[in-house]
Design a protein around this ligand. Structure first.
Ligand SMILES: [Zn+2]
Length: 372
């Protein structure tokens, strides 16, 4: 029995019959069909490109690492997120997490790499500059496809300070690429952003003090940017908690205020701008709010939604709604490109061919039991 959904495929807008056969998408089938939905708008699910599942988990601070990561992933799934990239984790709790246990596909970067004093002490693996490439290689050898370097962090006075010299970043990036993996950097300071672009990092996370010339360089070098707009209040709060004065925080605050303009410029210049919420620092499941902020920054609706769906999937190596692809689908009754608030009311969430939520009109939504 194949599931049948008829709807408009976003972003291109063609109306198609989509069948789900053995967990995969087909545009035709000889199997008997059960019709789930008609007249809906379909995306290949939402993507949070920056979420730390082991932190601030709904399971609580005392939950074991695996349970914490799974409870966080569940919160993302309820928001329609079917794919998560986790750029750094304090533990291997999210390793192996995915659709086989009814949870979003998860691409984790292993542990945060930072020098002593260069990140929240309990969260990072402490790595000195001359050990960075080797530590990155060890993370890849543990089975992850991404590595995460903390490029700068506030000092006890609250001012950000670079964690590694440019040369260490370049050596680490080259080593990771040689091993076939990708590398991301938490970067706030302009000189760290610049060093990461020169070093060939694959993505800049946050990039709060990014400058116009960086945007051009990122476009030319194919470096993606995950600005995590929704997390900036938490960032300023963290700097205050570390002792930054309001006066000392002024440059960072100004950078935060300037950021939406630079995000719009980056998207216009061809930079891959992706939606990430920094969940773990912020609550889990806020992807809709990040999409709204990207939209408010001036991204066209298809760029803002694409940054949290098809474009992010493609960047992470996963297909969209195409023949033979795993059936990752989220359907809405209204077109989310015209009504962003439609994202709050999915009619169907399907992960790997399994129904997570089906909300029929005038009926209570069904939530099938998770697979055992
Ligand atoms: Zn983060």
């Amino acid at each position: 029995m194949a599931d049948h959904i008829r709807g408009t495929l976003l972003p291109h807008g063609e109306v198609r019959d989509v069948f789900v056969v053995d967990g995969r998408i087909a545009f035709s089938t000889d199997e008997p069909v059960r019709s789930l939905l008609d007249g809906c708008y379909l995306i290949p699910g939402l993507v949070d490109a920056h979420a730390h599942l082991g932190l601030r988990s709904p399971a609580g601070d005392d939950a074991p690492a695996g349970a914490a990561a799974r409870a966080s992933a569940e919160a993302h799934l309820r928001a329609g997120v079917l794919l998560i990239r986790e750029p750094g984790s304090p533990d291997p709790g999210s390793a192996g997490l995915g659709p086989h246990e009814g949870l979003p596909r998860t691409i984790t970067a292993g542990r945060f790499l930072a020098p002593p004093g260069g990140f929240v002490p309990s969260l990072a693996l402490r790595v000195e500059a001359d050990e960075l490439a080797e530590a990155a290689a060890r993370e890849v050898a543990s089975g992850v496809r991404w590595v995460k370097v903390v490029g700068d962090f506030p000092t006890p006075g609250g001012q950000p300070r670079a964690n590694y010299p440019p040369r260490a970043l370049a050596t680490a990036a080259a080593r990771v690429h040689l091993l076939g993996a990708r590398i991301a950097i938490h970067a706030t300071l302009p000189q760290v952003i610049e060093a990461a672009i020169d070093a060939g990092f694959d993505s800049i996370e946050h990039g709060v003090m990014i400058r116009r010339e960086h945007v051009q360089a990122m476009a030319a070098a194919g470096v993606a940017w995950v600005p995590t707009l929704v997390a900036h209040e938490a960032l300023l709060k963290m700097h205050r908690a570390l002792g930054a004065s309001e006066e000392g925080l002024a440059p960072l605050r100004e950078a935060v205020n300037r950021l939406p303009d630079l995000v719009r410029e980056a998207a216009g210049a061809g930079v891959t701008v992706l939606a990430g919420t920094d969940a773990g620092m912020a609550p889990h499941g806020l992807i809709r709010e990040e999409i709204r902020r990207l939209r408010r920054a001036g991204l066209e609706p298809d760029r803002a939604l694409g940054a949290a769906s098809w474009a992010a999937r493609s960047w992470l190596g996963l297909p969209g709604i195409e023949e033979g692809a795993p059936a990752d689908l989220v359907a809405y009754r209204r077109n989310p490109l015209e009504h962003l608030d439609a994202l709050a009311e999915p009619a169907l969430i399907m992960l790997d061919g399994r129904i997570v939520l089906l909300a029929l009109p005038d009926a209570e939504p069904t939530r099938p039991a998770p697979p055992t």
